[in-house]
Ligand binder design. Structure first.
Ligand SMILES: [Zn+2]
Length: 406
């Protein structure tokens, strides 16, 4: 999926295919809403006639709507245009190591309902659980007729050609289908994506004004794993077989703890929430024991962070150690991708003021140029549910994507 860059699109002309002009116009409305027809014509460098005709089409198919007028200095007050998002709904799903989150929301990611259940790792049972839950959720909110699809983010690599999950170490899923099975079980189209890539897409597509995200950036998720969505020149980097960006599984110590992927000493085995909680409990992270340890102790990452905030020395020590390893992971990204900025999502951002300086210090020590050392780190607040916004973007973004040009 290509994003239309409304800052630098080749000037639209009468010979530009109508479909492309339509998408340019739709993206301009999304980025600058509320916007008038006159302003669109000025930004697209085309005549009012063409804009009027394209706007009519988009009004008829329901992609945009006309809203309140604004105060114009003089003359007739123009009707302003908005993208219609509020009554187009998505079921957004975030599958994680322990819990699965299911949110009913609109195309802008505004939540209508949020439910969770303990993650069922057997794929068939997982699909069956969602197959029962989603129709009930939609019925309870009289939303079945407005639902445009299901967005599902997974902690692992996804082949976009087949929709198959290639490898999700946290779930033990290898080359399995969930997308088509869930579509069959619910009757809705299902879009599936690697969680950090989906978070990057949400930055590109669901920003307050689209285009807030730069052309080159990386979105790092620190959850029960450490994942990265890499965007270069406005496009997600997937690699030849959909396994690019797996910085979480670069080893920092070959004799380090065993990772969920089976290797030793991966950056993820030091930085994931599971690793932080294990460290806080005085245990080395171990894939075999992680699930039990969480159950036995009843301690969550949120509690470790809350204790850290209230000054608990053990919690702070565990979190600061995580931050040092995160700094190493982020410096690898700085040195290999050289992004304009790095977004960081995950519970760890709830103690950002304390942990960010530690990450910065490690990056500054390891970066190869002074500008790379200054790469901005931007926390993505947990309150906005970044991964569920990512799932939402999977369904909402194709509406705005550039048409395929043969
Ligand atoms: Zn690993």
């Amino acid at each position: 999926m290509r994003k239309i860059n409304t800052r630098s699109f080749v000037r639209a002309t009468r010979s530009t295919p109508r479909e492309i002009n339509r998408q340019i116009l739709l993206n301009l409305v999304r980025e600058h809403q509320p916007i008038s027809r006159a302003d669109i014509a000025r930004r697209m460098h085309v005549g009012r006639g063409m804009v009027t005709s394209l706007v009519s089409e988009l009004l008829v198919d329901g992609s945009i709507y006309e809203g309140a007028t604004i105060d114009a200095p003089r003359g007739r007050k123009p009707m302003m245009l908005y993208v219609r998002t509020h009554d187009r709904l998505v079921v957004a799903i975030d599958v994680r190591f322990t819990l699965t989150y299911v949110m009913l929301c609109d195309f802008n990611g505004n939540s209508i309902a949020l439910e969770t259940f303990e993650t069922v790792v057997d794929p068939a049972a997982f699909v069956a659980t969602l197959g029962r839950m989603i129709p009930k959720l939609l019925k309870a909110h009289r939303a079945a007729g407005k639902c445009n699809g299901i967005g599902l983010v997974v902690p692992g690599m996804v082949d976009q050609r087949t929709g198959r999950v290639l490898n999700a170490p946290q779930l033990g899923w290898r080359d399995i289908d969930v997308r088509d099975a869930l579509a069959d079980a619910t009757g809705f189209p299902v879009h599936i994506e690697n969680a950090p890539i989906a978070c990057a897409l949400a930055k590109m597509w669901l920003g307050q004004r689209g285009g807030d995200a730069p052309r080159d950036f990386v979105y790092v998720t620190v959850s029960d794993g450490f994942g990265a969505g890499v965007v270069v020149n406005g496009e997600v980097v997937r690699g030849h077989d959909s396994s690019a960006g797996e910085f979480g599984h670069v080893a920092v110590d070959p004799r380090g703890p065993v990772c969920l992927c089976g290797s030793r000493g991966c950056i993820e085995a030091y930085t994931s929430n599971l690793a932080t909680v294990s460290r806080y409990l005085g245990r080395e992270f171990s894939p075999a024991a992680a699930r039990e340890l969480l159950h036995e102790s009843g301690i969550t990452i949120d509690q470790v962070i809350a204790r850290g905030r209230s000054g608990d020395a053990a919690a702070l020590a565990a979190l600061e150690e995580t931050a040092r390893y995160l700094g190493r992971g982020l410096s690898m990204i700085v040195n290999t991708i050289n992004p304009e900025q790095i977004f960081v999502g995950g519970e760890i951002t709830d103690l950002w003021d304390r942990l960010a300086p530690i990450m910065r210090e490690v990056i500054e020590a390891r970066a190869l140029t002074s500008r790379a050392a200054a790469t901005p780190l931007i926390p993505d607040s947990t309150g906005t549910y970044p991964r569920l916004r990512g799932a939402t973007a999977l369904v909402a973004a194709p509406l705005f994507a550039a048409p395929r040009v043969a």
